[in-house]
Design a protein around this ligand. Structure first.
Ligand SMILES: Cc1cc2nc3c(=O)[nH]c(=O)nc-3n(C[C@H](O)[C@H](O)[C@H](O)COP(=O)(O)O)c2cc1C
Length: 320
């Protein structure tokens, strides 16, 4: 078990922050196992959404985001984390082992950790201000540091066509409508997307992906949001995990810059439209993993989405 050298309470607080990570439909498809000076991340396949996410990409991306949140939270509290990813082919749900040792908290990680509780997936209309080139360059460097490429989408119309085609394909997928109803537009519960975080009508790029929410979308101005794709050189599980880490790194960094963000994955959940995004929009140069919408959101903060209790996702639970 974790000994005096690595304080249990510190690990518990870091896990609380890790669980604030974004996840597809707020499904939180992760489990944590605490070992001897280590924390292990496991995929929770009981929380997989097979109609929405047939190849499990969103599930692995979500776990990658939680892994990066954990790395940031540990670093900010002065713990050095060495991560070993996908080490055991006999246990494919075991996504990462994080070895812990005493360290020094870098200032950059303290700022990122502070952004964890402020970040939201923001589906509202953004202001007409564009994301400055210098900020885009910073976000691109942050993605590269996690092994991913951030590429702005220049052909927005082609992306919107692909999203519409994905939505039409999903409408024909058995079980898809049920998953959407069960997981989105919630009024209570520790998971799923609350109505308070969803738009009343169709969104600019989200279309009718979700159940009806309570947010009025229009800002009455042209939306200057930047659409950018996070991609990787390959498309295996390791690449998807790293892309999830990059998703976390980019959205947390964006939060420190005052930018709003929202991951968009519908177009990537359908084989044909994922290929079309890769070949028609990105010139075939990389495997797209997630589209990000970035920009200047409204002043009013969105409410936080709920999370499952830590004791339901951590074993053994560090109660002291
Ligand atoms: C892999 C992944 C896919 C997602 N796909 C979408 C999407 O297509 N559209 C959307 O509006 N939000 C999407 N989200 C955002 C989640 O709905 C959101 O993270 C979750 O509801 C928790 O809320 P929060 O991010 O505000 O904490 C996605 C998040 C992840 C990690």
């Amino acid at each position: 078990m974790i000994t005096e050298t690595v304080d249990r309470r510190t690990v518990r607080s870091a896990l609380e922050l890790a669980c604030r990570a974004p996840s597809v439909h707020n499904s939180q498809p992760w489990r944590w196992r605490i070992g001897d000076r280590s924390v292990h991340l496991l995929a929770d396949l009981r929380r997989w959404l097979p109609a929405t996410d047939p190849d499990g990409r969103d599930l692995v991306l979500s776990c990658g985001a939680a892994l990066h949140h954990l790395r940031v939270a540990l670093a900010a509290s002065g713990l050095r984390a060495t991560v070993h990813r996908l080490t055991d082919p006999d246990e494919p749900d075991h996504l990462a082992a994080v070895e812990l040792a005493p360290g020094v908290a870098p200032e950059a990680d303290v700022a990122l950790a502070a952004a964890i509780t402020r970040r939201r997936s923001d589906r509202r209309g953004f202001s007409s201000w564009e994301v400055p080139e210098a900020m885009l360059a910073e976000l691109t460097a942050v993605a590269a540091h996690q092994g991913a490429v951030l590429t702005p989408v220049t052909d927005g119309a082609a992306l919107r066509r692909a999203v519409a085609a994905a939505a039409a394909a999903q409408d024909r997928t058995p079980g898809y409508a049920t998953e959407t109803t069960v997981w989105t537009g919630r009024r209570t519960g520790a998971d799923g997307i609350p109505a308070a975080n969803l738009l009343r009508g169709p969104g600019a790029v989200t279309g009718g992906r979700f159940a009806t929410g309570t947010i009025d979308r229009s800002t009455g101005v042209r939306d200057g949001a930047l659409l950018a794709v996070l991609g990787t050189a390959s498309d295996d599980t390791l690449s998807q995990l790293r892309a999830g880490e990059a998703l976390s790194a980019v959205t947390l960094h964006a939060t420190t810059l005052g930018l709003a963000s929202c991951p968009l994955t519908q177009v990537l959940e359908v084989d044909a439209t994922r290929r079309s995004l890769r070949d028609d929009v990105l010139g075939g140069a990389m495997s797209p993993q997630v589209v990000l919408r970035l920009g200047w959101g409204p002043q009013e903060a969105l409410p936080p989405t709920p999370r499952r209790r830590l004791q339901d996702v951590v074993e053994p639970f560090p109660d002291r």
